[in-house]
Design a protein around this ligand. Structure first.
Ligand SMILES: [Zn+2]
Length: 67
């Protein structure tokens, strides 16, 4: 057994692009979930700096489909 067996490589943290300032953040905050014509909608993320300035919208699972 080697040291690499004890510490497997960790995948990089998932990151997302901030919908407000456009920078990529490793700590994205879900601010809104848009329902598009396709079956799955689009989730918008914000960086921690922009998140408090944005009005939160429905999150995934909270979206009410219009008839
Ligand atoms: Zn931002």
């Amino acid at each position: 057994m080697s040291i690499t067996d004890l510490f497997p490589p960790v995948s990089p943290a998932p990151d997302a692009e901030c919908c407000e300032c456009g920078t990529r953040t490793s700590a994205p905050v879900v601010v809104r979930h848009l329902v598009t014509g396709s079956s799955h909608g689009v989730t918008l993320y914000a960086c921690p700096l922009c998140a408090p300035t944005l009005t939160p919208g429905p999150h995934p699972g909270e979206v009410v489909r219009k008839r």
